[in-house]
Design a protein around this ligand. Structure first.
Ligand code: ZN
Length: 281
């Protein structure tokens, strides 16, 4: 297993809260780039297993962490992928994964500020899949072998923009700069007792808003990869935001306010801490 982080824009491995510079411990300068490390994910298991021979760089300071995938080629989002969330949205269950894009400019690190630009900005905690080995027409049975690892994300969503037209178009309302925090680490699939059953939750201003497990997903990770790769060739570093559980603000009309802290957690991955600030307009 491995835990890959982006520390000051360099790839690093994490063990017991300490960081190890990947280029240094591997002896391979090309692995300084997190995107190269993701494409060569199969090699990282052995590097992580050999960390005991090296001195750590130090304790990880979360403020130094960038997004573990800093230059995702494609960022897919899946809507209405938990039954209870479809119900609170008053929408029928989709017959196939209901897919939109978050443009990669929205991706930021696990402690980045969320720069609010509207009055109906919402939280959505989500498991995020990181493709490690690309492909087209990937069979569901093979899908996990194409995954570099899992991380956590917030699919921050401007509901006014998302619902402005008929039919509604999700992508721009979910693509404002800073509306895609991910991290804190990219964790290899073999680190999870069951990668199809990960507990995750979201607190806003100290109040638990969402709490679920990914075994409640309507379309699980295997099915999402099979479906998306039947249309788009997947490449290393592509991200799939797998959908959010119930408990979003839209259901009650309670949206994010400047000054509030959004804390998102997934067991086995870690915590995102994102402060909402008012963007200058
Ligand atoms: Zn979402």
């Amino acid at each position: 297993m491995f835990r890959l982080v982006n520390l000051d824009n360099r790839a690093a491995l994490e063990h017991d809260g300490q960081w190890y510079d990947l280029a240094t411990v591997s002896g391979d300068a090309a692995l300084v780039d997190p995107m190269v490390a993701i494409a060569r994910h199969a090699e990282l298991h052995a590097v992580q297993a050999g960390l005991a021979a090296h001195a750590p760089g130090g304790l990880i300071e979360p403020s130094r962490l960038g997004p573990p995938v800093p230059n995702a080629p494609k960022v897919f989002g899946i809507a209405l992928n938990y039954r209870a969330h479809a119900a609170e949205s008053n929408m029928p269950l989709p017959p196939a994964p209901l897919t939109f894009t978050k443009f990669p400019n929205c991706i930021v690190g696990p402690e980045a500020d969320i720069e609010l630009r509207g009055n109906a900005v919402d939280w959505e905690v989500e498991l995020v899949v990181v493709i490690g080995t690309g492909g087209r027409d990937i069979a569901a049975a093979d899908a996990w072998f194409h995954v570099a690892g899992l991380t956590l994300g917030q699919d921050v969503s401007d509901r006014d923009v998302q619902k402005a037209g008929t039919p509604p178009q999700f992508s721009l309302g979910k693509s404002f700069d800073t509306y895609g925090p991910i991290g804190p680490a990219l964790v290899s699939v073999d680190a999870f007792p069951d990668p199809d059953d990960i507990e995750l939750w979201c607190d806003v201003a100290g109040e638990r808003k969402q709490h679920s497990r990914t075994n409640d997903l309507i379309f699980g990770v295997r099915e999402l990869i099979a479906y998306l790769s039947s249309i788009c060739t997947l490449t290393p570093g592509d991200l799939i935001f797998t959908g959010t559980p119930s408990g979003v603000g839209m259901a009650t009309g309670r949206f994010l306010q400047a000054g509030e802290l959004v804390e998102s957690h997934a067991v086995g991955i870690g915590t995102l801490r994102n402060r909402c600030v008012q963007a200058s307009r």
